[in-house]
Design a protein around this ligand. Structure first.
Ligand code: URA
Length: 248
C-alpha cells in the first residue's frame, strides 16, 4: 500500500496533511525517514511513525464497551492487587485501556480502546459528549434541589455546568442499594442525570451538594452509544457505525 494512503486511512490526518508531512521528512518507515508519499509499504510488517507516533492500521484498532459492575477499579493495574476492570476483559490484547473512568462503586458503560485519537476525542471537554446516568439517591429531592442541580451546583472542583435532571421514581425501598442494614427501612429516589463534564465523582458530589447521598450509580449512555442489554460484567466490540457516530 502507498505510504500516504496507509497513514491517511488510519485516521491520524487528512491525505493532504499526510503528504505534506512526508515531504517535510516527518514520517519514518522502519526507522528511516521516507520523503516519497507513494513509497510502498507492507501493512502487516512495516513500522510506520507519523510525527513521532506509531501508526496503527485501521484493522488493528479496537473499540470495546463493558458493563462495569461495582467493585472494580478503573485502572490498567492496581499496585495493591485489587480487582480492576482489566480483569473483566479476557482474551483481548493488553494494549487497550479505559477511556475515562468510573468510580469503584459506579456501574455501567465504560469504553476501552487502543486508539489514542479516539480516546482524546471522547474525553476532551471541548467536545462536550453527553453522559447519561441513572442515580438512586437517599430521600426525595424537592423541586428546589432539582432546579439547583439543573442550573449548576458548587462542588469542590468549582461550579457544575447546567445538567438535565429527571425524577423517575420516588419512595423506592433502599434495601437493594444499601449494604448498611441499619438503613433498611429508608426510601430512595431514582433519577436520570445527563452531564457533559467529567469532574471526579461529579454526580455523587452534585447530589451531596443538595443533601442527598447517591446509593447506586450506573452510566447508561455516552453520546449516541447506549449500554442496552449488555449483561453486567460482559463486554462487546463496537460496530464501525457506532464508532463513527461517536466521533462525528
Ligand atoms: N460521576 C460520579 O460521581 N462517579 C462516576 O463514576 C461517574 C460520574
Amino acid at each position: 500500500m502507498r505510504l500516504e494512503k496507509f497513514i491517511a486511512t488510519s485516521g491520524v490526518a487528512s491525505r493532504r496533511a499526510v503528504k505534506r508531512s512526508i515531504r517535510e521528512g516527518r514520517v519514518t518507515v522502519n526507522g528511516t525517514t521516507v520523503f516519497i508519499p507513494g513509497h510502498p509499504i507492507q501493512v502487516q510488517t512495516d513500522t510506520v511513525e507519523f510525527e513521532g507516533k506509531l501508526v496503527e492500521p485501521l484493522s488493528q484498532r479496537i473499540y470495546i464497551m463493558l458493563n462495569k459492575p461495582a467493585g472494580y477499579i478503573t485502572t490498567r493495574h492496581d499496585e495493591r492487587g485489587r480487582p480492576t476492570v482489566m480483569d473483566l476483559l479476557t482474551d483481548l490484547p493488553k494494549s487497550i485501556y479505559p477511556v475515562g473512568r468510573l468510580d469503584l462503586d459506579t456501574e455501567g458503560l465504560l469504553l476501552f480502546t487502543n486508539d489514542g485519537q479516539f480516546a482524546n476525542r471522547m474525553m476532551h471537554p471541548s467536545h462536550e459528549t453527553e453522559k447519561t446516568y441513572l442515580a438512586w439517591v437517599s430521600g426525595v429531592p424537592n423541586k428546589r434541589s432539582l432546579n439547583h442541580l439543573r442550573n449548576g451546583v458548587k462542588i469542590q472542583k468549582g461550579k457544575t455546568s447546567p445538567a438535565k435532571i429527571k425524577l423517575l421514581d420516588v419512595n423506592l425501598p433502599a434495601t437493594k442499594a444499601l449494604s448498611d442494614k441499619r438503613n433498611r427501612s429508608s426510601k430512595m429516589s431514582k433519577l436520570r442525570v445527563i452531564i457533559h463534564e467529567g469532574k471526579k465523582r461529579q454526580v455523587r458530589l452534585m447530589f451531596k451538594a443538595v443533601g442527598h447521598k447517591v446509593l447506586r450509580l450506573k452510566r447508561i449512555r455516552i453520546g449516541s452509544l447506549a449500554l442496552g442489554k449488555l449483561p453486567q460484567g460482559k463486554y462487546r466490540y463496537l460496530t464501525p457505525a457506532e464508532v463513527k457516530d461517536l466521533t462525528d
